[in-house]
Unconditional design. Structure first.
Ligand SMILES: Cc1cc2nc3c(=O)[nH]c(=O)nc-3n(C[C@H](O)[C@H](O)[C@H](O)COP(=O)(O)OP(=O)(O)OC[C@H]3O[C@@H](n4cnc5c(N)ncnc54)[C@H](O)[C@@H]3O)c2cc1C
Length: 399
């Protein structure tokens, strides 16, 4: 992309240039061939995650008093956007950045002192987030995994989660489970609680038991699993906040998550637009660059316009979040628009590359598969539209 196009693509201050530069240098050490190999082996990008951890990027959002960098959300957005504007993918470790937000905002001082410094340094991996269940899906308040209190000192957990990403590469899991039966709660959003589950003990890694993990063979190398709980004992001190209020805590963390994921989509979009533009200028067919044809140019130009529009909403959402203001609408809309822009860019790019787009060594088809996820997870587009319809436009609740 020429510098003229580049400056036109940044209508507002992106900021954090030093962070972008540092992350870019790390990403350069992990070219497409590294990711192709991992994909082939369905393996986890351990070295990549290690490099980001050692550089301190994954602890960006943890306050300095707990060992993190204490940076604002826009800095973490810059980290993730830069990773995705390269052959790399942050999905292997992005949860380490934001899952801790629930502990930070709702945990006790003792819990924060016990866990956050280890999470900040990477000594403790909090990569797993167990919410989705096979039978209830997007209807989170109806989830069935039960946590029953036994005596004063422990809960016993039974049930199943699905699509729990990175759980095999995590020491801790943030788990949402039911502590009051659904037919006994006053409101649908009550009766669920959040636990910090120590997987090292539970999964048998250190002799414990109660958790069985099965990897899901999926369209992308996301290290995502089914998790079965069979009388798993969790100490009562691992309950986060007040019993029964867990859904509220999870929802509370969602705006930050949406904005961070949207930043990954913006990075993906930029990657595809740059690669498509470069290829369209260089590939000569019928004695001229394919990029001279409007049929090739226009989808790339349209994706670029969509990306710029999405970027404005995402940056506004981050600014509102940092100012402590309500950003639910912007975070949701920004996430949806960025995911759609990335998909438009992915489609334009794959089409521009013709048959070569399907060759793994070009690094297009894998990113194309990866970016598609963000229209489904962590929340699907329809759920965002339902939020906008109900909470922004005042339409009746549809579900
Ligand atoms: C690779 C991957 C990684 C994931 N990682 C995690 C993770 O780490 N932790 C975790 O907890 N979850 C994770 N998920 C789960 C993800 O958040 C869910 O897949 C997603 O929220 C959708 O839930 P579902 O698959 O049950 O779809 P369903 O809820 O069954 O929905 C299916 C479709 O129907 C639509 N739909 C449902 N109800 C309505 C309605 N009322 N109105 C309009 N449309 C509707 C949905 O939008 C969707 O398109 C992951 C998923 C994937 C694929």
């Amino acid at each position: 992309m020429s510098s003229k196009t580049e400056s036109a693509s940044i209508p507002i201050e992106r900021g954090w240039e030093d962070i972008r530069e540092g992350v870019k240098r790390i990403c350069e050490r992990f070219p497409n061939a590294y990711w192709v190999q991992l994909d082939h082996e369905a393996a986890y990008p351990t070295q990549f995650v290690q490099a980001l951890t050692e550089a301190g990027y994954l602890g960006a959002l943890i306050p300095e008093e707990y060992g993190g960098a204490g940076l604002p959300l826009s800095a973490a957005c810059a980290v993730l956007e830069t990773i995705h504007d390269s052959p790399c993918n942050a999905a292997a470790c992005h949860a380490q950045m934001y899952t801790m937000g629930t502990v930070l905002r709702h945990g006790s001082e003792a819990q924060k002192r016990k866990y956050l410094p280890g999470i900040a340094s990477g000594a403790l991996r909090l990569q797993a987030f167990g919410v989705t269940e096979p039978t209830t899906g997007s209807d989170t308040t109806q989830l069935k995994t039960r946590a029953e209190k036994k005596g004063n000192d422990r809960y016993v957990i039974n049930g199943q989660k699905v699509w729990t990403s990175r759980v095999l590469h995590s020491d801790l899991m943030l788990l949402l489970a039911r502590t009051t039966p659904a037919d006994q709660v006053r409101k649908r959003s009550e009766g669920l609680s959040v636990f910090l589950v120590d997987l090292r003990a539970a999964e048998g890694r250190e002799g414990g038991k109660g958790v069985e993990i099965r990897k899901i063979d999926a369209m992308l190398n996301h290290n995502t699993c089914e998790v079965f709980f069979d009388n798993l004992e969790v100490p009562a001190e691992n309950l986060i906040g007040v019993e029964g209020q867990g859904f509220k805590y999870i929802v509370d963390s969602m705006n930050a998550e949406r904005i961070l994921i949207a930043s990954e989509s913006l990075g993906d979009a930029r990657y595809f637009i740059r690669r498509a533009g470069d290829y369209a200028r260089e590939r000569v067919v019928f004695a001229r660059p394919i990029g001279r044809n409007q049929g090739v140019q226009f989808p790339i130009a349209r994706a670029h316009a969509q990306t710029i529009a999405a970027e404005l909403v995402v940056r506004k959402a981050a600014a509102l979040f940092e100012a402590g203001r309500d950003c639910g609408a912007e975070a949701n809309m920004g996430k949806m628009l960025a995911a759609e822009a990335a998909w438009a860019a992915a489609e334009a790019c794959l089409q521009t590359f013709g048959g070569f787009g399907y060759a793994r060594e070009y690094g297009i088809e894998r990113k194309w598969r990866e970016t598609r996820l963000y229209q489904t997870a962590p929340i699907s587009t329809n759920m965002i539209l339902a939020y906008v319809a109900q909470h922004v436009l005042g339409l009746p609740r549809s579900y």
